[in-house]
Structures are given as structure tokens and as C-alpha cells.
Ligand binder design. Structure first.
Ligand code: HEM
Length: 317
């Protein structure tokens, strides 16, 4: 099963990620209301017609779009225009985006048709900034050959990390309860350089064994391994997680091989800390070695309202 705003769902076999820029605000409000009101039914219809297709759609809003479309609502506490993260060696750029759609299904035809239905309406008032088609690669591997997603939290644990949980910090923001922050980054891999690296060295970059996905033991895992710099804890030593639904994408004839990174979190500060660890380093300079082979070309933050709030937005003046 999947559904609407199901941020805990597995990445699935196919996905389409769309980022849109709004051109015409007064008119966009009407179109966006139509989509927010219809999205749940559009997904339900496809789940009904194609049982087991695990069809799902997540819709998100950028900071500027949220303020313009819903001027009478407060802004979700951590929603902001993503600020570029610049280290000595690596940069996580910030790129524009007003509306975001993450469509997934076991069937690409369903993803494509759902994206087409949404696009037909949206193209009246907005333009596409990016559309990426992602696919499952073998046993859920990134194109660099490592299994991606193993340490993701699951079931209730996933909900705890992926959604705004209404804990103390967020007590004032009831309306945003069970919403999520989605950070997306489109990465391109330097496959030539990566493939020149012996497997044993690649394993030190990721922090796991390539073939069987076992984690490297502490004595073998370097401090700049990807799973070392992104492994973070709160002040009480409790591990902080996000829910990742990364998908590979590729245009082989153009030499383009990438990972569409998407991290859902109830606290954007968690994702941001992981990014700072990767791009600046903690301590500074201990940057993620994966960045020597992977470069982000986009970076945008969206707020994903709960399914309940999404349908309420449709009725708003
Ligand atoms: C080129 C882009 C990326 C690729 C190919 C990639 C790939 C991987 C792989 C193969 C693993 C090990 C298996 C697993 O536990 O999933 C992993 C772990 C992880 N990644 Fe990434 N990743 C990318 C970007 C990011 C970014 C941008 C973040 C955070 C903002 C992130 C956060 C994490 C976390 C939290 C883990 C688990 C660490 C742990 O073991 O505790 N990744 N990633």
C-alpha cells in the first residue's frame, strides 16, 4: 500500500520527482486548490484499479509559495528557502522550487499518467524546473553499486522521525502535526573516477561492504565515511534519523548517472545537521568522502502537509 502524503513508504520500483515554479499567483491559487483537493482521490483510484501497485503521491510547498498561497496561515516553523551550505571543498547549492511532487508506483506507466494529470493543470500557472524519473536498480542499489536505504527507520519508528510529532518544540504548531520537511538534492556521480577506485576503497567511502551490505566494523570505518558523517545523535546520545527515499536516475548516452536524494524529516534541523557534517565537516574539514565522487546540482526544501491538512488547503480562500 501507499497513498497520499505517505512519507514513510519505501522508495518503490519507480518514481517521478517534479519541482515547479509558480508564474501567476492569483490564478495558481485556484489550480493548487484543485490539485490539493483531488490528489487523494487520484491516488486512491489508481490503487483501486491496480491493486498492489503501491502507488503514492506526496505534494510539498516551498517557503515562498506557502506564504503567497496561504497568507492567512502561519508558516511551518522550520520552512525556509534552503540556504546554500558551503564548505572549503564542497557546496550544497540552493535552487528554486515552489511546488514539489514525489510520485511512486511499482509501474512507471502509473507514475507517468499521474504526473501528466497534475502537469496538465499546473502548466497553466507554473513552469517545470526539474523532472527526474527514478528507478530501482537491482536490489535497491545506488548507481555506485551500494545498497541504499538499509539504515532507514521503519514503521512507527519511521513516523516518529519523518513527521512533525507535536513535541514540546513544535507545540505551537498543531496544524502542522504529522507534516514533514522534504529536502531534495539531485546528485551526479563521477562514474569514471568511482570505477577506478578499488572496491575495498569504495567500501571505505560508504562505510559498508559492497556485495552483502554489511556495515564496516569501527576499526575499518574511516571518520569521513558517508555513514559515519551522517550518523548523528541528540544531546542525550539518542540517534537522530531521517527517512530517505533516494532513487537512481540515468541518461547513459549523455554520461549522466545520479542519485535523486530525498530526505523526509519531522525536524529539518536533523537533515541540515547531516548536510553540514557532509559538506563542512564536524570537526570542520572532515567532509564526506562520497562528495569527491558525487556533486549536487539542486537543493530545495519543501513542507509536506499531512493528508488532512492537504485536503483542508483546498477549501481555503
Ligand atoms: C549521492 C547521494 C547519496 C548517496 C548515493 C547515498 C547513499 C547511501 C548509502 C549507500 C548508504 C548506506 C546504506 C544505508 O544505510 O542506506 C547511506 C546511508 C545514509 N545516508 Fe546517504 N546517500 C546520499 C546522500 C545523502 C544525504 C544528502 C544525506 C543526508 C542529508 C544522507 C543520509 C544518510 C544517512 C542518515 C545514512 C545512514 C547512516 C547510518 O548508518 O546511520 N545521504 N547513504
Amino acid at each position: 500500500m501507499s497513498g497520499v502524503q505517505d512519507v514513510e513508504a519505501k522508495p518503490g520500483a519507480n518514481a517521478i520527482f517534479m519541482v515547479w515554479g509558480i508564474d501567476d499567483y492569483p490564478k495558481a491559487k485556484e489550480v493548487v486548490s484543485k490539485i490539493t483537493g483531488e490528489l487523494e482521490a487520484l491516488v486512491r483510484s489508481r490503487l483501486n484499479r491496480f491493486p498492489g501497485s503501491e502507488t503514492g503521491a506526496v505534494m510539498g510547498f516551498g517557503a515562498q509559495a506557502w506564504a503567497q498561497l496561504f497568507p492567512n496561515r502561519s508558516v511551518p516553523p522550520e520552512l525556509e528557502v534552503f540556504k546554500e551550505i558551503k564548505g572549503e571543498k564542497h557546496v550544497a547549492p540552493s535552487t528554486p522550487g515552489d511546488l514539489f511532487f514525489h510520485i511512486r508506483s511499482s509501474r512507471m506507466d502509473i507514475c507517468q499518467e499521474l504526473a501528466a494529470v497534475i502537469s496538465l493543470d499546473l502548466s497553466e500557472v507554473a513552469h517545470s524546473l526539474d523532472e527526474t524519473q527514478g528507478f530501482r536498480f537491482f536490489d535497491s542499489r545506488a548507481l555506485i553499486g551500494f545498497v541504499d536505504g538499509t539504515e532507514n527507520p521503519e514503521s512507527l519508528n519511521a513516523t516518529q522521525f519523518a513527521r512533525i510529532a507535536g513535541d514540546k518544540l513544535f507545540a505551537k504548531s498543531e496544524e502542522f502535526l504529522f507534516g514533514s520537511y522534504a529536502l531534495v538534492q539531485k546528485y551526479l556521480h563521477d562514474m569514471k573516477a568511482w570505477e577506478k577506485l578499488p572496491v575495498e576503497e569504495q567500501e571505505k567511502v560508504i562505510g559498508r561492504h559492497k556485495f552483502d551490505d554489511r556495515e564496516l566494523t569501527d576499526d575499518l570505518k574511516p571518520e569521513n565515511a558517508h555513514n559515519a558523517v551522517t550518523n548523528i545523535s541528540d544531546e542525550n546520545g539518542e540517534e537522530l534519523k531521517i527517512v530517505r527515499a533516494n532513487m537512481p536516475f540515468a541518461n547513459p548516452s549523455k554520461g549522466e548517472f545520479g542519485t535523486y536524494f530525498i530526505g523526509y524529516s519531522g525536524k529539518f534541523s536533523t537533515t541540515k545537521r547531516m548536510l553540514e557534517n557532509m559538506f563542512i565537516g564536524d570537526p570542520p574539514g572532515n567532509t564526506d568522502r562520497l562528495l569527491e565522487f558525487s556533486t549536487p546540482i539542486t537543493g530545495t526544501l519543501f513542507f509536506v502537509p499531512s493528508a488532512t491538512l492537504l485536503s483542508q488547503l483546498a477549501e481555503e480562500d
